[in-house]
Ligand binder design. Structure first.
Ligand SMILES: C[S@@+](CC[C@H](N)C(=O)[O-])C[C@H]1O[C@@H](n2cnc3c(N)ncnc32)[C@H](O)[C@@H]1O
Length: 397
């Protein structure tokens, strides 16, 4: 056979026997505005492919294993959506026909129940509730077309939660593989302190501050301890999804119970007992310290965190590691004038008692942030829900 012929044949083989893509599924993990890059780093570390930070979330691809790993390990995401289809939806008819043409038997094995949530509008689809109803009708009528019984709607606790995103004349349909939001780790007691941070926001703040699970850490205004608990879980390598919560993907026809059990088993085997990384929390409120203790115990990290009821002004001296904290910012508790002394005390505490450390403070008040009175080396814009905040970073000499 001539070399030219060999070459041609090889090419033919490549075209005909293209291997199945290793990462066939398309996912989107929403997060807080400003934290997309932090979440993208987590996904890259998990081995997801084609990771792309987008607006309020991250696109990525992967296998069923990637999906389970993402739900188990992601600390900064709200949830993980699995992309079903994108199709024209300029009006009701296009939307309905687009939905009805999809193979719903792949997603709903009766008697599974269904709910649809819509975000976005266009000129003809102006009410999200109406759009959700059209999508639901398309799914239900697919079953009718097949001569099968129709799935029921359950808005409270559906087996399949569909997410329809209308953008321009296009609809993107996904299903929510997480169920309860991923910040619901399951460690909080019923009485969290005032204005607790969302767990995934706390984890993202720690990452943005450079915390990697090995440095000493102090939160002098720890409230119900969210930053401490998330830090301690990182220090022990406990994935946030391993505390007994349930995931919606376990109700989907693709669910592979053995794969999920193996992934959880591997994660359990990688939990460590860290040495020499003290994590310390203080708060002026007895109730907050109690709530923090409950959360620490719930997460199984109370053995590596010390808690004490103590006002900021009485904090002792530290010389290494980092302070990450979230003082009241006058939006929900206290008012701005009243909080000036607290922020000034933070500044003087950093300056006189924390030389050699770094400090990282989340606040929504530029005015109060300025009262700390020290020079920041970086400021990150982070949205705590609708509230635009800054994470202020200080190097303390
Ligand atoms: C916004 S909350 C912190 C919330 C916390 N990050 C969480 O996730 O639960 C602020 C905390 O600062 C505490 N605090 C206010 N003034 C203080 C002071 N002078 N000394 C110590 N703690 C103080 C409050 O009791 C409150 O728990």
């Amino acid at each position: 056979m001539s070399p030219a012929k060999t070459m041609r044949n090889t090419n033919t083989i490549h075209r005909r026997q293209r291997p199945a893509p290793q990462h066939p599924f398309v996912f989107f993990a929403p997060t807080f505005k400003g934290l997309e890059a932090t979440l993208a780093e987590e996904l890259v570390a998990l081995g997801a492919s084609e990771v792309q930070a987008a607006n309020r979330g991250v696109d990525f691809k992967g296998s069923l294993e990637t999906l389970y790993q993402a739900n188990l390990h992601l600390r900064c995401a709200h949830r993980v959506l699995w992309h079903i289809a994108t199709f024209p939806a300029a009006d009701r008819t296009q939307l309905y026909e687009g939905v009805r043409a999809l193979p719903w038997g792949d997603h709903l094995a009766l008697p599974m129940t269904l709910a649809v949530d819509t975000v976005g509008t266009n000129a003809n689809l102006v009410h999200t509730q109406f759009t959700s109803r059209v999508v639901k009708d398309g799914v239900v009528d697919w079953f009718r077309d097949q001569g099968k019984p129709r799935p029921d709607v359950d808005l409270e606790n559906p087996d399949l939660a569909l997410n329809a995103r209308i953008s321009g004349d296009t609809c993107t349909l996904s299903w929510d593989t997480s169920g309860d939001r991923l910040h619901q780790r399951g460690y909080r007691g019923r009485h969290a302190g005032p204005a607790p941070l969302k767990e995934n926001l706390a984890a993202a703040l720690l990452r943005l501050s450079g915390y990697d699970g090995t440095q000493p850490l102090v939160d002098p205004l720890c409230g119900s301890g969210t930053l401490l608990i998330e830090a301690a879980m990182m220090a022990k390598n406990i994935p946030p999804g391993l505390l007994g919560r349930r995931f919606a993907f376990t109700r989907h026809p693709t669910y592979d119970a053995r794969l999920w059990a193996n992934i959880q088993g591997d994660a359990r085997a990688q939990i460590i007992e860290p040495e020499g990384c003290p994590i310390i929390g203080y708060d002026i409120s007895e109730g907050a310290v109690r709530a923090a203790a409950t959360g620490l115990a719930g997460a199984g990290v109370d053995d590596i965190v010390r808690l004490k009821r103590q006002p900021l002004a009485e904090m002792g001296t530290f010389s290494e590691g980092m302070i990450v904290t979230n003082p009241p910012y006058g939006e929900r508790i206290g008012d701005i004038e009243e909080l000036i002394p607290l922020y000034e005390t933070l500044g003087s505490t950093f300056k006189h008692k924390c030389q050699g450390m770094s400090a990282h403070v989340l606040t929504s008040s530029k005015f109060l942030g300025g009262r700390i009175g020290l020079k920041t080396y970086r400021r990150d814009a982070v949205w705590n829900g609708p509230l635009e905040c800054r994470l202020l970073h200080y190097e303390l000499y």
